[in-house]
Design a binder for this molecule. Structure first.
Ligand SMILES: [Fe+2]
Length: 269
């Protein structure tokens, strides 16, 4: 199956896939995991971009981000001044939900990506976008991956669900079901909303790592639908615009059990 892009992509950008960061590659050797990952020699500019992105996005989270995301973010103790070491993030994930991080040099081939998820390993980039791409980058970078993805992997039920997506993808042989699974990934992992007691909140990291999507997603311009796996599986998405249709889970227990049921009915469990 084709993994969904990291985030919705503005139509002002080239759509021909010419950016080398958008070309997935197939692994020919294992990639480093956990303590095997070395800290890169980041420039002062890299660190400044991280600082800028972190401060700007963190300021948007109160009243918008899910309690589960904020709890994970706090427990991770990510450094806001300096790009976190993936080995440190991996250790905290491992201590919380048994997940670890592998350092990927870029966008992985879908099968390699899902094979890692199935083993509770999150392939994570360690390079950061340039200052000219603060609002948008066509492929994952470490701000999207670390700030956006890892807090939810600290949540036990989401962590289970995320592994099950990987397992289901590896079991999938039917192109129509593959497309349905890609849609479920898109509308949960990347663009999911959850109903907290205080109201609708964001947990999808395609929203939470994007300045524009974070502000747009909770407005009335984005239509909200209850999360029903069969309906999500039928919902196309458009990666070139802000997401006009979003799905709301009542809890991560519900998300995991709904997905279990859908995967079983589609012979993926
Ligand atoms: Fe992502």
């Amino acid at each position: 199956m084709t993994p969904p892009p990291a985030q919705a992509q503005p139509e002002t950008r080239a759509q021909d896939g010419s950016d080398p960061r958008c070309v997935p590659f197939k692994l020919s050797a294992p990639i480093p995991v956990g303590d095997e990952i070395e800290y890169p020699d980041y420039s002062g500019e890299d660190q400044d971009v991280w600082r800028t992105l972190y401060a700007r996005q963190k300021g948007l989270l109160p009243g918008r981000a899910a309690a589960e995301f904020l709890t994970g973010l706090e427990a991770l103790e990510l450094d806001r001044e300096r790009i976190p070491a993936l080995a440190d993030v991996s250790r905290r994930l491992n201590g919380s939900t048994g997940w670890r991080i592998a350092r990927t040099p870029g966008l992985l081939d879908a099968r390699d990506f899902f094979a890692h998820l199935a083993r509770r390993i999150f392939p994570c980039t360690d390079y950061v976008r340039g200052r000219g791409e603060l609002d948008y980058t066509p492929a994952p970078d470490c701000f999207h991956d670390i700030f956006g993805h890892t807090p939810m992997i600290m949540h036990p039920r989401f962590a289970n669900f995320y592994q099950k997506i990987g397992l289901a993808a590896l079991n999938c042989r039917n192109p129509a079901v593959e497309e349905a699974l890609t849609r479920i990934y898109w509308f949960t992992v990347e663009f999911g909303l959850v109903r907290n007691p205080e109201g609708l909140r964001i947990y999808g990291n395609g929203i939470i790592s994007s300045y524009a999507e974070t502000q747009f997603s909770l407005t009335s311009k984005a239509r909200k639908h209850p999360f029903i796996a069969d309906e999500v599986a039928r919902q196309p998405y458009d990666i070139w615009h802000l997401q006009g249709d979003l799905f709301v889970v009542e809890s991560f227990e519900d998300l995991e059990s709904s997905f279990d049921d859908w995967a079983a009915r589609n012979a993926l469990a």
